[in-house]
Design a protein around this ligand. Structure first.
Ligand code: SER
Length: 611
């Protein structure tokens, strides 16, 4: 049973129980400036968990590509990967614990045939007014008993640090408006020996690798309020998330995810290209595999390496993968990328079409990295002439100390991490550098806080205005450059609209003027904006455009701007979109382009303001 079989079994299991399959959302969330990557299946469902009606009903299932950048530098152990796939099933105010827990159990034990004696369960021990989840514990107990396994010692209670789930962590960290709730988790016991480095005694939440969390079912029934309290949502939801890679290690009883049928072909490609063995070079090979895999999916989501946001994460992944690949004395990494596509193309066939772009983007970034390293060497050699012979390249002759300010300069201007600078052969006061970084992060955090907090109502309105403006701009650009032009990403905050599209050159001043005028004209015409839920095929027939074509399978939410009849084909803009939008274009007030930039091969980015 391989990864693709597990996906199929899971989807069919829940489809049989009345769930509708929703397709994988983009890895880079659209129109959600608060988060860089989709990091769980529930993320695109937040509005529905808070009570919005979902077009496909109250029972949903999917497999979601996810990325967690929590700490890229941590990658290298046997179970973690930055990119992973999450199996998810949801009840939007429909079924609850009595249905969910037995399904969870049946899927693991009957469909995946995991041995019962290897499974351990945790439930919520309670917090303030929120009671201990004895109901979940009882349900698990009955299931184990019925299956002939003694539940004694298998069902354990934990607090908000382990058995509470929200996107921001435990209740005190949840911002107002955020949904969350107690969870129940299932762990798989590999029976390996405990490593005392991780504590005196082993337990399910121990990090020594003996127990691995397979899946987590969240009983999402609370919402954080402005005053810090938690109130019950109108209807309680279920949010189940199971790591596909974790299911694979359990099914194969293989504690090292890099040795499973899913990732070992990529490791083999690394071994082949470096002539080294995984047995003796596991750490480097895990990093190369994880980072090239994640970079492939991030580029596939139309992100290019840069010094900001997702682009910066991508840059770090590629550069770090390349560092470790070079340490292994590898020369050609392209076959590793080919191995990635080979392993993932069944569920992500678009990787095949995008392969040239993925490959070229990584090659280009690696070459920029080499240039940055050379520039760093020249900078240091010039600044510390007495310490070297003055020849570029000779700086590795001895270990030289450089100032934390210079390290910070190399980090912020050339994108070099402290480790990369150390690899060049320099030392520096690491604590002083860490303090500098912290001060810098605190500063940007307070900036981000200002950006996303103060005056939320007004911001919300501005963001919605900006969203409608992107639809107008999208159509205006297609009128100017033809229907091959399409949106490749967007990010909207109250301050500005950011819109990416495919075009291989800069817009001339005249074109910028024309684009602004067209959008402003449409704003002034005060066109009505409305949406309809229509069958996807029909939506395509009437020419609906957009990135979101794959958001829903059978039925799609389509936004119309202009036109006055149902399914109005005479509308100015028809686009697949989740919303929200203003109801009449006049509410956008005005539209102004403030900047344009190149993104990478054949892609451009426009920044604009509204209001
Ligand atoms: N939201 C939960 C998680 O990400 C379950 O889907 O783990």
């Amino acid at each position: 049973m391989q990864a693709a079989d597990i996906i199929n079994k899971y989807i069919s299991f829940f489809e049989e129980k009345g769930h509708k399959k929703i397709t994988n959302s983009p890895l880079v969330p659209q129109n959600d400036p608060t988060t860089l990557f989709t990091s769980s299946g529930m993320q695109p469902l937040v509005p529905y968990l808070l009570g919005e009606t979902h077009p496909l009903g109250t029972r949903l299932v999917n497999v979601q590509n996810s990325f967690r950048a929590v700490d890229i530098e941590e990658i290298g152990d046997s179970t973690h990967t930055t990119f992973f796939r999450m199996l998810g099933n949801w009840s939007l105010g429909d079924y609850f614990k009595r249905e969910e827990i037995p399904w969870f159990f049946t899927f693991l034990t009957k469909e995946l045939k995991l041995p019962l004696e290897k499974l351990y369960v945790t439930v919520f021990e309670g917090y303030k007014d929120i009671p201990k989840d004895t109901e979940a514990a009882e349900l698990w107990k009955e299931l184990f008993l019925k299956a002939g396994v003694d539940p004694e010692g298998r069902i354990l209670y934990y607090g908000t640090d382990k058995n509470w789930w929200s996107r921001s962590g435990p209740p005190e960290k949840m911002p107002a408006g955020e949904p969350g709730g107690p969870s129940t988790e299932v762990f798989y016991d590999f029976g390996t020996e405990h490593d005392p480095k991780f504590g005196e005694k082993c337990h399910v939440n121990c990090d020594c690798g003996r127990y691995v969390e397979l899946a987590n079912s969240v009983f999402m029934q609370y919402k954080k309020q402005e005053d810090g309290s938690l109130t019950e949502l109108p209807k309680p939801n279920v949010d189940f998330g199971g790591g596909l890679e974790r299911m694979v290690i359990a099914v194969e009883n293989q504690p090292d995810v890099f040795k499973t049928s899913l990732l070992s072909p990529i490791i083999k490609a690394v071994e082949k290209q470096t002539g080294k063995s995984y047995k003796t070079h596991a750490l480097d090979m895990r990093i190369v595999t994880d980072h090239f895999l994640a970079a492939t999916f991030i580029i596939n989501a139309n992100i290019y390496p840069s010094n900001k946001d997702q682009g910066y994460i991508l840059r770090r992944l590629i550069r770090r993968a390349f560092d470790h690949f070079s340490r292994l004395e590898g020369e050609n990494f392209v076959p590793i990328l080919e191995a990635v596509v080979e392993q993932y193309k069944e569920n992500n066939p678009e990787l095949v079409d995008n392969f040239e772009k993925i490959k070229l983007t990584i090659i280009e970034e690696v070459s920029k990295y080499s240039t940055a390293l050379n520039k760093a060497r020249i900078f240091i050699v010039k600044k510390y002439p007495s310490a070297t012979s003055g020849q570029v390249g000779d700086d590795l002759m001895g270990v030289k100390e450089i100032t934390p300010d210079d390290v910070f300069y190399l980090y912020s201007s050339h994108g070099l991490s402290p480790t990369q600078i150390k690899n060049l052969g320099y030392t520096f006061d690491e604590q002083a550098f860490a303090d500098k970084m912290k001060a810098h992060k605190d500063l940007s955090k307070s900036g981000a806080g200002q950006k996303f907090k103060g005056g939320l109502a007004d911001q919300q309105e501005k963001t919605i205005m900006g969203h409608t403006a992107t639809h107008l701009m999208h159509q205006a650009l297609r009128d100017m450059f033809g229907t091959k032009l399409h949106q490749s990403g967007s990010n909207i905050t109250a301050e500005r609209v950011r819109f990416d599209f495919n075009l291989d050159r800069k817009l001339t001043d005249e074109e910028v003027g024309h684009l602004e005028n067209t959008v402003n004209e449409k704003i002034q015409q005060n066109l009505p904006v409305h949406f309809e839920m229509i069958p996807t095929e029909e939506a395509k027939k009437i020419g609906a455009i957009g990135l979101f074509e794959d958001t829903y399978q059978d039925v799609s939410k389509i936004y119309f701007i202009g036109g006055d009849s149902k399914h109005s084909e005479d509308a100015y803009s028809i686009e697949f979109c989740g919303g929200p939008h203003v109801d009449f274009t006049e509410k956008v007030k005005s539209f102004k382009i403030i900047k344009q930039e190149a993104l990478g091969k054949g892609f451009r980015r426009i920044y604009a303001t509204v209001g």
